[in-house]
Design a protein. Structure first.
Length: 159
């Protein structure tokens, strides 16, 4: 038998979160995380669509300077293995401090790979993380490295 053995899977997550809050409060601290703004969205269509963080339209309206890096799935070894399929990953990052402001993906596995960006965003990480990180090869996660290089190249920064 495979899968979650809880009668209602949400109960195990709620219990874990409750234990975390209890532990932090007993130590007199606070969680100090703003995870609500980092809520991922997923549309389970063909192709899948997923995003987290800000859109270019929002950042433009807020007058936040940003740059975009894009990785097309056809640029990835895994994309070629899957038939050179359509799809892409878009990183949006600050041109001031290079923090990741948004991640958008369309294509196979989009609702899975968006969580890599979610973790880096939650940690306040920058586009440089994806340049320096080592990814399993071949995977769709490699799109983060390609998109990071693309975005920095768009700024005239060669890494």
């Amino acid at each position: 038998m495979w899968g979650d053995f809880e009668a209602i899977p949400e109960h195990s997550m709620a219990a874990e979160q409750g234990e975390e809050v209890k532990s932090v409060l007993q130590q007199g601290g606070f969680l100090g995380r703003d995870t609500e703004r980092l809520f991922p969205y997923g549309i389970y269509t063909i192709p899948e669509i997923s995003m987290i963080g800000k859109t270019e339209e929002q950042l433009t309206a807020e007058k936040v300077p940003y740059e975009v890096g894009i990785a097309n799935y056809k640029e990835l070894a895994k994309g070629q293995m899957l038939g050179g399929m359509d799809g892409f990953l878009k990183l949006i990052f600050s041109t001031e401090d290079f923090r990741i402001l948004g991640v958008h993906a369309i294509g196979e596995g989009a609702t899975e790979i968006v969580h890599i960006g979610q973790v880096v965003m939650a940690a306040g990480g920058s586009v440089h993380y994806f340049v320096d990180a080592v990814f399993n090869f071949p995977t769709l996660a490699e799109a983060y490295n390609v998109a990071a290089h693309n975005g920095l190249k768009n700024m005239g920064i060669n890494v």
